[in-house]
Write a protein that binds this ligand. Structure first.
Ligand SMILES: Cc1ncc(COP(=O)(O)O)c(C=O)c1O
Length: 423
């Protein structure tokens, strides 16, 4: 049978794709409550309820809400007092925000290569990249995988370097039973529309460090320090000190509307994680039986996966006897299943949306310009993963019924059987 990318019938049509985002009566009611209350801005009752629920969910002492998952990273760096002259280690495969936040505090992003079977930061290379200027390590729990958090934590502990977890992809994931966002010094989450917990836009921060939380609270809110025991606190913004221990900052706050949507979504996140995990495991089993395709590594210590994307690996030398390019494979799979299958993020040493030298603001000195030039970093595993092996699709594909896994299996079988059409 002809492949769908060559005009044949598709295994699954786009109308069968699971929809995202998902919402229900709770969100409708909460949004209406916010509308009618007139408390539309920050520190309102929904934000407080949502943050209470979120810190209980992650297991940390403290949580804060901010405008998005980019400024959450930036504020984490600022709260840790990281700035000019400092270096921050981060993985070569991630969304550009993980590095851009470092530029935005005038520090130097140090790009480190990833492991080929998780695409997460390689602890041995983290260790090799540490200098006396290293002031933080940002780990990214990428797609459905986590880096080796035992080794990262040990390296960071030995050298007293804080770990920032970029959990934009992994709300609810666990390492040895502990939730993402509770494994390092501070956790950062995105609530952008494509994410597994979303308010359209927004961000969350988690920490067990009360001082850090106090600084983060001020940094997200124009530097204000709240008055403790404010009698009007429950009504919204609350009272703030105007003198004393203040800090320079801007407005990085979230709105009540966003908090209301997140509060509603928290009631179904666990069921959704279970569904994605069931389908993800079933898709891994499909891949296990096909030469030239390989699921991502399953590390026993990662006790729960929360997939932003489902990802797997392709080997052009062995799939269907060799000779099929990864681009053609992804095009064929996308056409058969009616959803996009893409490569991983472009490696940050040559990434379309990570161009530090294009902004005057970052050209602080000749030395800084050389230090932030991404092309100085060698990232062979990241480059090979992007160019030759990575296949990813949005988590909504994992939210279908069993037929989605059967169709995934049928599509791969069909492509393998008709690979001559792609050679
Ligand atoms: C790994 C990672 N970090 C940070 C972000 C930034 O989040 P936001 O889009 O909410 O600013 C994203 C968003 O795509 C991401 O994927």
């Amino acid at each position: 049978m002809k492949l769908a990318c060559n005009g044949g019938p598709a295994i699954r049509t786009p109308d069968k794709a699971a929809t995202w985002p998902i919402w229900g009566d709770a969100e409708r009611k909460y949004l209406n409550d916010v509308l009618e209350s007139g408390v539309w801005s920050y520190n309102g009752p929904f934000e407080k309820r949502m943050l209470g629920a979120w810190k209980a969910y992650v297991g940390t002492e403290h949580a804060l809400a901010v405008a998005n998952g980019t400024v959450s990273l930036q504020l984490a760096l600022e709260a840790l007092d990281i700035g000019w002259g400092d270096e921050v280690i981060l993985p070569g495969v991630t969304w550009q925000a993980t590095a851009a936040c470092v530029l935005d505090v005038n520090a130097v992003p140090v790009l480190v290569d990833v492991e080929p079977d998780t695409w997460c930061i390689d602890p041995a290379k983290v260790e090799a990249a540490i200098t006396d200027k290293t002031k933080a390590i940002i780990v990214v729990h990428l797609y459905g995988n986590m880096p080796d958090m035992d080794r990262i934590s040990a390296i960071a502990r030995d050298r007293s370097i804080p770990v920032i977890e970029d959990c934009a992809h992994q709300h609810g994931a666990e390492w040895r039973g502990k939730r993402a966002g509770n494994l390092g010094t501070v956790g950062s989450f995105s609530l952008q529309l494509s994410k597994v917990l979303t308010a359209g836009e927004g961000g969350l921060l988690t920490t067990n460090d009360a001082d850090l939380w106090t600084r983060l609270d001020a940094l997200r809110n124009c530097g204000r320090r709240p008055v403790v025991d404010d009698p009007d606190e429950t009504k919204g913004a609350g009272a703030y000190k105007t003198e004393g221990d203040l800090v320079q900052s801007g407005n990085y706050r979230i709105t009540e509307f966003q908090a209301a949507v997140v509060l509603g979504a928290l009631d179904r996140i666990d069921d959704q994680i279970v569904l994605r995990e069931r389908n993800g495991r079933a898709m891994d089993r499909v891949l296990d039986g096909v030469g030239g395709l390989e699921p991502m590594k399953r590390d026993e210590r990662q006790t729960r996966r929360s997939y932003f994307n489902y990802a797997f690996r392709f080997d052009g030398d062995t799939f269907a006897g060799g000779g099929v390019s990864i681009d053609r494979f992804r095009t064929a799979l996308s056409a058969e299943l009616g959803v996009e299958f893409d490569p991983c993020y472009e490696p940050l040493n040559d990434c379309t949306l990570y161009r530090p030298l294009t902004k005057q603001r970052y050209r602080i000195s000749d030395e800084h310009v050389r230090a932030i030039d991404p092309s100085r970093f060698s990232l062979p595993v990241s480059e090979r993963t992007y160019a030759q092996t990575s296949v990813t699709t949005h988590h909504s594909f994992l939210m279908g019924d069993e037929s989605s896994v059967e169709d995934f299996s049928a599509a791969i079988e069909k492509i393998a059987a008709n690979a001559d059409e792609l050679r």
